[in-house]
Design a protein around this ligand. Structure first.
Ligand code: GUN
Length: 294
C-alpha cells in the first residue's frame, strides 16, 4: 500500500508556482491576484478561505478577501461580483460555497465572468470541461487528477466508482475520469444517495472516489484487494479533548480499508491540500490568459 501524499505533492506544486511568480517579478510583470468572497461566518468556510488567502501570500500572489455578513442580500452579492468582474487588477476570484439560503447559488455562479472563474463553476467552463476544451477545471477534481498523474496511477480501462454527485466534486469527477487521455479512459459509475446495493458496485471498483461527507462510510468489506482509494470527505467531528473542539475525518474507514488498498489518500493531508494548490494553478492560468487578452 502506498499513501497518496497530497500534502507533499501540493507543496511541490506550490513551489513550482512560486518559481513562476519569481520569474514574473524578475521580468517586472504584474503577479497573479486572487480574490475570494465569503458570505457569513460558517466555521469550515472561514478555515478554507483563510487557507486559500494565506497560500496566496506564501507563494507571492496578491490576494483580496471580501467578507460579507450572513444577512447579505442576493442583489448586494451580485453587485460585489460585478465589481470584481470589472476590476482589471483582479485576475480571478471565487465565491465560497455554501451561501446563505436567501441567495440563489445558480444566479451567483452565472454572474461570475467566465474568464475570472478560477473555480470552474460557471456553466460555460463546466460545459467546456465536458467537451474536452481548454478551461478552468474545478480545483478538487483537478487536484485528484494531478495526484493520480504524479503517482502514475493507472486509470486506463479501469472501473472508477464515484460516490456522490455534487456539482463541485462528484459530477465533474465522473466526467473527467471518463475523458480520453491520462488520467482518464476509465469506465465510470456515478453512485449517489439513491443508489441501491452500493456495496455490489464498490466491490467491482478498481478506483473509488468518495465525496459523500459521511465519516467511515466506506468499509473494508465494500472494496476489493488492490483498490485505489481517493477520500474527498472532510467532516468535522466534535471532540472536547482537542484544543479546536473537533477533528477532521474522511468517508473511508482508513485503518481497515488501507490494508486492502494499493494506493490511498489520508484525511487530512490527501485531497484537501491539493484543492488549494490547484486553485492557485488556475489563478496563474487566469493571469496568463488575462495578460494575453490585454
Ligand atoms: N466549498 C467547498 N468547496 C469549494 C470550492 O472548491 N470552491 C468554492 N467556491 N466553495 C467551496
Amino acid at each position: 500500500m502506498e499513501i497518496l501524499d497530497g500534502k507533499k505533492v501540493a507543496n511541490e506544486i506550490k513551489a513550482e508556482i512560486a518559481a513562476e511568480v519569481d520569474l514574473m517579478k524578475a521580468r517586472g510583470e504584474k503577479v497573479p491576484h486572487l480574490a475570494a468572497i465569503l458570505v457569513g461566518t460558517d466555521g469550515a468556510s472561514l478555515t478554507y478561505v483563510g487557507s486559500k488567502v494565506r497560500s496566496c501570500q506564501r507563494i507571492g500572489f496578491e490576494s483580496t478577501l471580501v467578507q460579507m455578513p450572513n444577512t447579505t442580500s442576493e442583489i448586494e452579492l451580485l453587485k460585489k461580483i460585478e465589481e470584481l468582474n470589472e476590476n482589471d487588477d483582479i485576475d480571478g476570484f471565487i465565491v465560497q460555497l455554501p451561501l446563505p439560503p436567501q441567495i440563489d447559488e445558480q444566479k451567483v455562479l452565472l454572474a461570475v465572468n467566465p474568464d475570472k472563474d478560477v473555480d470552474g463553476f460557471h456553466p460555460m467552463n463546466f460545459g467546456k470541461m465536458a467537451l474536452d476544451m481548454s478551461t478552468f477545471i474545478p480545483a478538487t477534481p483537478f487536484g485528484i487528477l494531478e495526484l493520480l498523474d504524479r503517482y502514475k496511477v493507472d486509470t486506463q480501462g479501469k472501473h472508477t466508482v464515484v460516490i456522490g454527485r455534487s456539482h463541485i466534486v462528484g459530477r465533474p469527477m465522473s466526467i473527467l475520469m471518463g475523458r480520453k487521455g491520462f488520467p482518464g479512459n476509465s469506465t465510470v459509475t456515478l453512485t449517489h444517495s439513491r443508489t441501491k446495493n452500493i456495496s455490489q458496485i464498490t466491490t467491482q471498483a478498481d478506483i473509488i472516489i468518495s465525496a459523500l461527507g459521511v465519516p467511515g462510510f466506506l468499509k473494508a468489506e465494500m472494496v476489493k484487494d488492490d483498490v485505489v482509494i481517493i477520500d474527498v470527505g472532510i467532516t468535522r467531528v466534535p471532540d472536547e479533548t482537542r484544543e479546536r473542539g473537533y477533528y477532521i475525518t474522511g468517508d473511508v474507514d482508513f485503518e481497515n480499508v488501507s490494508k486492502k488498498a494499493s494506493y490511498i489518500t489520508p484525511v487530512p493531508g490527501g485531497v484537501g491540500p491539493m484543492t488549494i494548490a490547484m486553485l492557485l494553478k488556475n489563478t496563474l492560468l487566469a493571469r496568463e490568459r488575462h495578460r494575453a487578452r490585454s
